[in-house]
Design a protein around this ligand. Sequence first.
Ligand code: C2E
Ligand code: CA
Ligand code: CA
Length: 353
Amino acid sequence: MRQFGLEPALELAERLQSTVEEPISISTTTAYISVSIGLCLDGQAPNNSGKSMFDATITALKDASRHGPSKVRAYSRGMRGTAPHRIADELEKALESGQFVSWFQPQISTDTGQISGFEALARWVHPRAGLMLPAEFLPVLASTGRLEQLGDAMLRNALKAIQTWDKIGFDIPHVGVNFSPEELRNPRLAEKIEWELDRCNVAPKRLTVEILETVVATSPDDTITRNINALAEMGCMIDLDDFGTGHASISSVRRFAVHRLKIDRSFVMKVDRDVEQQRMISAIFSMAERLGLETLAEGVESAGEHTILAQLGCGHVQGYGIARPMPLDETADWIATHQAKVHAPPVIGRISG
Ligand code: C2E
Ligand code: CA
Ligand code: CA
C-alpha cells in the first residue's frame, strides 16, 4: 500500500473538505456543512495495531472539532485522547472536584451595540486530555444520569459570574444557562433555582433559561410545562434554543411564556450571500414581531452576517464573529475593550493636503 507523508495527507483532507462542504439545496433551503478531519499517519500511532491507529485517528478528530469548524489535525504523540469508558469512570471525581467549568460567550444588541448578555457553556478541564467540549462529555453524562449534577454546577457558575461582573461595575443584563430535558423533569427545579438566586442575591430577571425548541415541540410532560411556566412567573427569561430546528407550533410557543427565539445557526450561515436564507429568517423575524417575542441569532461568524441580520430586524447576535466563548477571568478585559469601542466617538476622516 502507498504510504502518505504529512503534506499529501493534508492536501487530500482539504480536497475532501472542500468537496463535502459544497452547499446542498434541499427543497426551499440550502444546507451548509462543515467538516472536521482527524488523521493518523503510518508509524505515528502508539503501537502498530489497527485498533491503535483507529483510536489515534479519533483522538486527532476530537482535537480538530475542539478547534472547530472545518479544521484538520494529524495525530501526534503529545495529543492525548480519552476513551468513552474511561470518561465514565472519571466523571464522578470530575463533578466533585469542580473540573466542569463554564465558558462565557457574549450576546450583543444590534440596536445599541451594547452587551445584552452572555451564554454559559460547559467545559471539562480534564487533567490529562485538556479542555473538552460538550459533544465529548454530554452523551456520557446523559447515559449515566448525571446531567442534573452538571446543571447544578453550571447554574452556580453563572450566578458567580453575575456577582463578579456586578462587583467590577459592569452592566451585564443577563446570563443564559442551558437546561436539559432531564433537569426540566425535576419537580423541584423552580424551587431549587429560586433558592440559589436568593442565596446569591441575584434578581431572577438576570437568569435566562435556555430550553431547546424540540423540548417544547414534543408536547412535554406536565412537570416540564409547570417548571417552564413557574420560572417565567418568577421573572426568569425563557429563550427557545436552536429555534427553527424543532418545529414547535405557534400555540406551544405561546403556551410556554417564551420571551425570545434563539435562531439556529443553520438559518444564519451565509445569510448575507443567500437570498433564500434571507427569506427564511425574515419570515421568522416577522412572526416573532407579531407574537411580541425578541430574537437572537446564534452562530454569527462574519461582519456581513451581523450587518444583514441587524438590517432585517434581528434584536441580538451571538457568535465567533463577535467573540468565541471564553473563561470567566478573560471576560473582564473583553467587556472593557468592547465598551470602550461602543462609547468611542466616531472617527471623522480629515482630508489632508
Ligand atoms: P448551543 O446551546 O446551541 O450553544 C452554541 C454552540 O455553538 C456552542 O458550542 C458554541 O461554542 C458554538 N458557537 C458559538 N458561536 C459559534 C459560531 O459563530 N460558529 C460556530 N460554528 N459555532 C458557534 P459548545 O460550547 O460546543 O456547546 C454545544 C452544545 O452543548 C450547546 O449548543 C448546548 O446544546 C450544549 N451545552 C453546552 N453547555 C451546556 C450545559 O451547561 N448544559 C447542557 N444541558 N447543555 C449544554
Ligand atoms: Ca444554548
Ligand atoms: Ca443553540
